[in-house]
Design a protein around this ligand. Structure first.
Ligand code: ZN
Length: 156
């Protein structure tokens, strides 16, 4: 009996750390406020993050229709054109997620009024990105991207 228990214990002990290593998730929070500001101009992803979860949080008080924020990721080469394109999508809603082919990841919009979603997340597999590529994030609410944007850096 003792032998069986210790065998189970040993194999569980061997398995758990390797599973954890296989799927390390790194979370990043970014807030947007009523002054058109993200609290980060850059997100740096450590090399050992297999899964990257980005959560955008609206810390403002203004309604989504007026001052909504989302988080959209594209290649740096694409971001300006995509941001301008997505900025035409009016009115933004809590359910809207940009569908442009050049969009790598995007959250829905978050608002500041009571009852509106304050947080939205998106998960990205690191292996779907390239270290040699340059990435950029922005808010696609009409008119926001010029100020609300930043670099998304995969650390090597
Ligand atoms: Zn915004």
């Amino acid at each position: 009996m003792m032998k069986i228990f210790s065998l189970v214990f040993v194999s569980a002990g061997l398995l758990l750390p390797s599973l954890e290593t296989l799927a390390k998730e790194c979370g990043f929070n970014i807030t947007g406020n009523d002054q058109l500001q993200f609290d980060k101009k850059e997100i740096r992803v450590p090399k050992d993050c297999d899964t990257i979860k980005v959560t955008v949080i609206n810390v403002g008080k203004m309604p989504l229709m007026v001052m909504g924020h989302n988080w959209v990721l594209t290649k740096s080469a694409d971001w300006n054109a995509v941001a301008a394109e997505l900025g035409k999508a009016i009115p933004p809603s809590a359910k809207y997620i940009p569908k442009d082919k050049r969009v790598i990841a995007a959250t829905s919009f978050v608002g500041g009024s009571p009852g509106e979603p304050k947080e939205a997340s998106v998960t990205i597999k690191r292996k779907s990105l390239k270290e040699s590529e340059s990435y950029h994030f922005f808010c696609s609410f009409p008119g926001h991207f010029a100020v609300m944007n930043g670099a998304f850096v995969l650390e090597k």
